[in-house]
Design a protein around this ligand. Structure first.
Ligand code: GLN
Length: 551
């Protein structure tokens, strides 16, 4: 039987960064709890074809899907909150839409018509949105940008038309706004919400549900006032109070009646929502009684958005180990041999994440050395793994000046080098090794104990690789391959055995970690860091006793 997909469009008003992505992801999670299948889409209003070439300071993390799409970080939220498997088609930008329309025009597909924003750009957007449904019960579409911006107008026009095209029972508009609390008058203000809804109505969209971000609890009166001015019913005004843990958002939405309202308005019959797993997870988060501190040595340390998936992966690994993970961001550019002892004194694990460019490289190499020599659990991800190889080559194998050719193309020991296929490419957009690749795990490795399997699949985003010419020399000294590509050519994981926990992986395991399904590498790393912390504490106790005994 043909089943039509229901569409939920999520727009945002007043300000950016209100949590539209989290709201869309939470709605997805709630629909799944009711037994429905979901998919999600993010429409980004910028002209870049994808975020791959954008500076992380501007855009935050680039999330990579299994099929190798470089996407907006909101897709990371979508995958972590739901079971949807996202692909290239789950994120598009204005740049992609115009690119497609211009190519069609060049091919003569518009048969001499004048090509215009309406209907050609809007039709292209609508086709992409419709193409998304493909048998799922509910497709949740987040419109990037803030209502009132010039650049998101074609998206709004397209979603306005879709309600007419698909019928009102198949399309729902959810609008996210802010209720600021004004200290001077001690009140929560509704005017920005009224204006934002007015701006949406000006482009022909009457929201069905309003989600209102608020610092303070809001009363029924406020909901009634918003309802009156914004042309909805009070129960269609959902309060989204600030939370400590982002996964609480979905539970709060449920307590506010959001999922019930959504299925009612879309006329979907579902089972009662099953929220037990999420509830126990949040409960576990609230009960975390121990803590562990991880030092993250990177370049984008002032912008935590750049390491979104990494932070979430560490958080999830903490929960499974019943520990709160404190993150200490350390700027690799400022790290020197003198500052190292004090910077790392309070960390229980050192992690060097992915990155591009030469800035802060030597600091990262020093951090690896510190972790290796002091037997502090070390996790190197992508660039972090490459720096671990460079460090080991220089300081253990005595290959002086060993480097990655990304940073020194004339090095005598190019332990990390460019893959053959990448050498000829000069174009910066989408030229990397991207997306999911299989990897074989040797049975006698540490990684085999961690993964419990001999075959894994992980996501990549890089140009450079471990140079196999140096494999033997590094393995002789103890830096072994813990993961190899099926053709045997690429070293995907290195592990140093003479150490409590020292692993570097060429891929990004953080993209596959979920809150309730922590990634094995992260779970094992946090466990090792907790063990390290305990050993350190016992050692301190012992030293105290000895000194006291001597007095
Ligand atoms: N710059 C390195 C490369 O391109 C590492 C990339 C990364 O860490 N994602 O290979």
């Amino acid at each position: 039987m043909y089943k039509s997909t229901k569409f939920i469009f999520v727009t945002g008003g007043v300000l950016s960064s209100l949590g539209k992505g989290l709201s869309a992801a939470s709605i997805g999670a709630l629909m799944e709890c009711r037994g429905l299948t979901v998919t999600l889409l993010k429409m980004d209003p910028y002209i870049n074809v994808d975020p791959g070439t954008m500076n992380p300071f501007q855009h935050g993390e680039v999330f990579v899907t299994d099929d190798g799409a470089e996407t907006d970080l909101d897709l990371g939220h979508y995958e972590r909150f739901t079971h949807a498997i996202l692909r290239q088609k789950n994120n598009f930008t204005t740049g992609q839409i115009y690119d497609a329309v211009i190519q069609k025009e060049r091919r003569g597909e518009y048969l001499g018509e004048t090509v215009q924003v309406i209907p050609h750009i809007t039709d292209e957007i609508k086709d992409k949105i419709r193409g998304l449904g493909n048998g799922v019960d509910v497709a949740i579409v987040e419109v990037g940008g803030t209502v009132g911006d010039i650049e998101s107008l074609p998206f709004l026009e397209a979603i306005r038309q879709l309600r007419v095209d698909l019928g009102p029972q198949n399309v729902l508009y959810v609008h996210l706004t802010l209720l600021p609390f004004v200290k001077a008058s001690g009140e929560v203000k509704t005017k920005p919400t009224q204006h934002s809804v007015k701006a949406l109505r000006e482009v022909g969209i009457q929201p069905d549900i309003l989600i209102c971000r608020t610092e303070k609890k809001i009363t029924r009166d406020i909901k009634e006032k918003i309802a009156l001015f914004c042309n909805v019913r009070p129960e269609e005004v959902i309060a989204a109070e600030d939370v400590n843990c982002i996964y609480e958002v979905l539970l709060n939405f449920h307590y506010e009646g959001l999922d019930q309202k959504v299925v009612e308005l879309l006329n979907i019959w579902t089972r009662a929502p099953r929220l037990d797993e999420w509830k126990s997870f949040i409960q576990a988060v609230k009960l975390l009684s121990i803590s562990v501190t991880i030092g993250i040595v990177g370049k984008y340390v002032n912008l935590h958005e750049s390491y979104k998936s990494l932070n979430e992966a560490l958080f999830a690994a903490g929960v499974i180990n019943r520990a709160k993970v404190n993150l200490k961001f350390i700027d690799s550019e400022l790290l020197t041999s003198e500052t190292m002892d004090s910077e790392f004194a309070d960390v229980d694990g050192i992690l060097v994440p992915g990155g591009f460019g030469s800035r802060g490289i030597e600091g990262k190499i020093k951090a690896v050395r510190f972790a290796r020599e002091n037997k502090i659990p070390f996790f190197g991800i992508c660039l972090g793994m490459q720096m671990a190889v460079v460090e080991f080559a220089r300081n253990v194998c005595e290959l002086e000046g060993a480097n990655s050719t990304e940073f020194n193309s004339d090095t005598s020991y190019p332990v990390i080098h460019l893959m053959d296929e990448q050498r000829s490419i000069t174009d910066k957009g989408g030229t990397m090794r991207l997306g999911a690749y299989e990897c074989l795990i040797p049975e006698n490795s540490e990684c085999h104990k961690i993964y419990g399997t001999t075959k894994i699949s992980e996501r990549h985003r890089h140009r450079y690789e471990f140079n196999p010419e140096f494999r033997e020399r590094l393995e002789e000294k103890g830096l072994r391959a813990g993961g190899i590509s099926p053709d045997g050519k690429l070293i995907e994981i290195v592990e140093y055995v003479d150490h409590p926990w020292f692993i570097g992986c060429q891929f990004h395991p953080e993209f596959k970690s979920k809150p309730m399904d922590s990634h094995p590498l992260f779970a094992s790393y946090i466990k090792a860091s907790l063990d390290y912390k305990n050993r350190k504490e016992q050692q301190n106790e012992l030293e105290k006793k000895i000194t006291n005994g001597c007095e």
